[in-house]
Design a protein around this ligand. Structure first.
Ligand code: CDT
Length: 316
């Protein structure tokens, strides 16, 4: 049996600080048109698709940094994208900075992605759990990474939705490096994980880490997550030189065997496409990673009981 989902990964080139959302959305629509010409069922855009990667800029004033956030989705700027998707009947996943007024009456800020189904409905929302970086200006770094300043950790967990004929999940950028991310979705029988990333080509704290090593870590994390949970993973970059700060490219679609089946070749707007047969997840899920048969959660307690590593007591 096959349950094929033709997926387009819409890698985006750089977005400068001064660029406005309308210009970005026009680029997104162009990539969507390419995906439609290729017969895609679903298009996946990067993390914080609509703006430059603003956590590299330090701001004190809320009025200044709130300009990076969306108060509603679709927003005025993204409406043409939603309309094009609905008319054409293509699903999409996109990341954005969300300013939400929640039940506590307070304003909260999240690094968010949504899944929109082919009928144009928001079928799922995910808020980034693993926020890297720091909250205050850090003079030790060659550039800032202020996600902990601008966002709260997501409060929605790692849900999986039945949508587009499969079990679909999302995570965002740094989440892809954590095995817990994939396993929590794996335990909900996830078949396709969609994720976007903005990852600097270099390490702000070390010149030792080469771009090649960083790309290896990028792909290895997604390939391991795919294999160990028997799921497709679609990882999509925003890349290139944003106001003098380079972000890596390397967008990929990874099969449930952990094999890269499509990979971007440029540092700009580029569509990668793969036929993702969701039934291909079954073999892995029903043999080597048959969780019901082989997992031993009684030995995994530390994973939820402890956060930081502690060495064993005693010894020399
Ligand atoms: N956007 C994002 O999460 N980027 C991180 C870089 C962290 S460097 C402090 C990543 O893991 O790719």
């Amino acid at each position: 049996m096959t349950r094929n989902l033709r997926v387009g990964g819409a890698q985006m080139g750089p977005i400068q600080k001064a660029e406005n959302r309308d210009a970005v959305v026009a680029r997104m629509v162009k990539l969507m048109d390419r995906a439609l010409a290729e017969g895609c069922d679903l298009i996946v855009y990067p993390e914080l698709t609509l703006t430059t990667f603003f956590p590299r800029w330090y701001a004190e004033d809320e009025a200044e940094f709130d300009l990076w956030f969306e108060r509603e989705m679709p927003s005025a700027a993204t409406r043409p994208l939603f309309e094009r998707a609905k008319t054409a009947g293509i699903g999409m996943c996109l990341g954005y900075a969300e300013l939400a007024e929640e039940e506590d009456g307070e304003v909260h800020r999240y690094n968010t992605s949504i899944l929109v189904d082919k009928a144009g409905r928001i079928a799922g929302k995910y808020r980034k759990v693993h926020l890297p970086g720091h909250a205050e200006f850090d003079p030790e770094r060659k550039w800032q990474h202020l996600e902990k300043r601008y966002f709260e950790p997501g409060n929605l967990g790692f849900p999986v939705w039945r949508s587009l004929g499969g079990n679909l999940g999302m995570c965002i950028c740094n989440d892809r490096r954590w095995p817990e991310t994939y396993r929590v979705m794996g335990l909900q029988d996830v078949e396709l994980v969609m994720l976007g990333y903005n990852t600097p080509t270099g390490n702000a704290l070390s010149d030792e880490e080469s771009p090649e090593l960083r790309m290896f870590h990028n792909h290895m994390s997604m390939q391991a997550g795919a294999y160990q949970n028997g799921t497709w993973v679609v990882g999509v970059a925003k890349c290139g030189d944003e106001d003098g700060h380079e972000l890596m490219a390397g967008s990929v679609i990874v099969s449930p065997d952990g094999v890269i089946v499509a990979q971007a070749e440029t540092m700009g707007d580029e569509l990668i496409v793969a036929d993702c047969d969701l039934d291909k997840c079954r073999f892995n899920k029903e043999t080597i990673f048959d969780f019901a048969a082989h997992r031993r959660p009684e030995h995994y307690r530390l994973i939820v009981e402890r956060i930081g590593a502690e060495p064993p007591e005693g010894g020399e």
